[in-house]
Design a protein around this ligand. Structure first.
Ligand SMILES: Nc1ncnc2c1ncn2[C@@H]1O[C@H](COP(=O)(O)OP(=O)(O)OP(=O)(O)O)[C@@H](O)[C@H]1O
Ligand SMILES: [Mg+2]
Length: 298
């Protein structure tokens, strides 16, 4: 059975960040306990209902990719046992599959996005300007069309409640320096190419994805946070892909479509979800986990 967790409660541990999805605890100066809860955010608002098992599925998908791509890029996982750091009396089963112990890194303040297809804000920007993050693309591309080459389209990390904004590579250089900016771009594209080819063999197109990177005290770069999940990526079932239309996806489109029917103003607090939308959303995450990683959570 999947477990359900809206907010972690780990008395005695030092909670340093409650994100939209993850609760982050500092274990020491160089290690974190990161707990993926079952919170669901849509349009950047955290909804009141948990999606049972979602955090477990996200963590399993990320761990699968961290493992697969370890040769391409070092990652933040320590592979230490979560059970050993939980306070006494806490139900270990509730945390075991949704948590990891990671290296505590200094976040690179850029959302590192790779796009292989023209969709979402990329499609909007292209229609308006023929460009994407300052990169000029060929004329006449259609919605959802595959780009000739995957491209790096960074965005700024917005403060809570704000939306991220596409930025140019030059402004990444201005923020973090040329050397680190190059490293982040190279790693982003290498990870995307590797994962996109792998996923396609399993019938999934990764249209785009967002990575987060961090550096250790020696300045070494790691990929951190989550990786190639339905929350951080657009996954399309390959058999339903068609240029010119926005394909159905494994991300939060299912919930977003429901929310769009409500006339909700997309400001907090978010509306409660009917049971079929909750179970339907959980099923989407389970399907992505099954298809990509061939993991079935019991
Ligand atoms: N290894 C790490 N070292 C330091 N910080 C990390 C590490 N891994 C993840 N983080 C940070 O932990 C937080 C996880 O929170 P969460 O994923 O809920 O995101 P968020 O900040 O609400 O934003 P978003 O929804 O855009 O991902 C993020 O701020 C992320 O940058
Ligand atoms: Mg995050």
């Amino acid at each position: 059975m999947p477990t359900t967790l809206l907010n972690s409660e780990l008395p005695g541990l030092n909670l340093i960040h409650r994100g939209k999805v993850r609760d982050v605890f500092a274990l020491s100066a160089d290690e974190l306990l990161i707990v993926a809860t079952d919170r669901l955010s849509a349009f950047d608002v955290v909804l009141p209902d948990p999606i049972p098992g979602k955090g477990e599925m996200l963590t399993q998908i990320s761990n699968f990719w961290f493992d697969k791509t370890a040769q391409v890029m070092p990652n933040h996982l320590t592979h230490k046992s979560v059970a050993s750091v939980l306070p006494h009396g806490v139900d270990a089963a509730l945390y075991a599959r949704r948590s990891v112990i990671s290296k505590r890194l200094k976040p690179v303040p850029v959302e590192a996005i790779a796009r292989g297809y023209l969709i979402g804000s990329g499609w909007k920007d292209y229609q308006a300007s023929g460009k994407l993050c300052g990169i000029t693309l060929a004329a006449g591309l259609r919605q959802a069309e595959q780009l000739p080459e995957p491209i790096f389209t960074p965005s700024s990390k917005a403060a809570v409640g704000d939306h991220d904004e596409n930025i140019s590579f030059d402004s990444v250089v201005a923020t973090i320096g040329a050397e680190l900016a190059e490293q982040v771009r190279t790693a982003t594209l290498a990870l995307y190419r590797y994962a996109a080819a792998f996923a396609l063999e399993r019938g999934i197109i990764i249209a785009d994805t967002k990575f987060e990177f961090g550096t250790d005290v020696d300045g070494k770069l790691y990929v951190m946070d989550e990786m190639l999940t339905p929350d951080s990526s657009r996954f399309w079932p390959a058999e339903q892909y068609q240029i010119g239309i926005s394909p159905p996806s494994y991300d939060k489109q299912f919930v977003r479509d429901y929310l769009e029917t409500l006339g909700w103003n997309k400001q907090a607090p978010g509306p409660k979800l009917p049971t079929p939308v909750i179970t339907g959303t959980a099923a989407k995450y389970a399907e992505a986990l099954q298809r990509l990683a061939q993991i079935q959570l019991d």
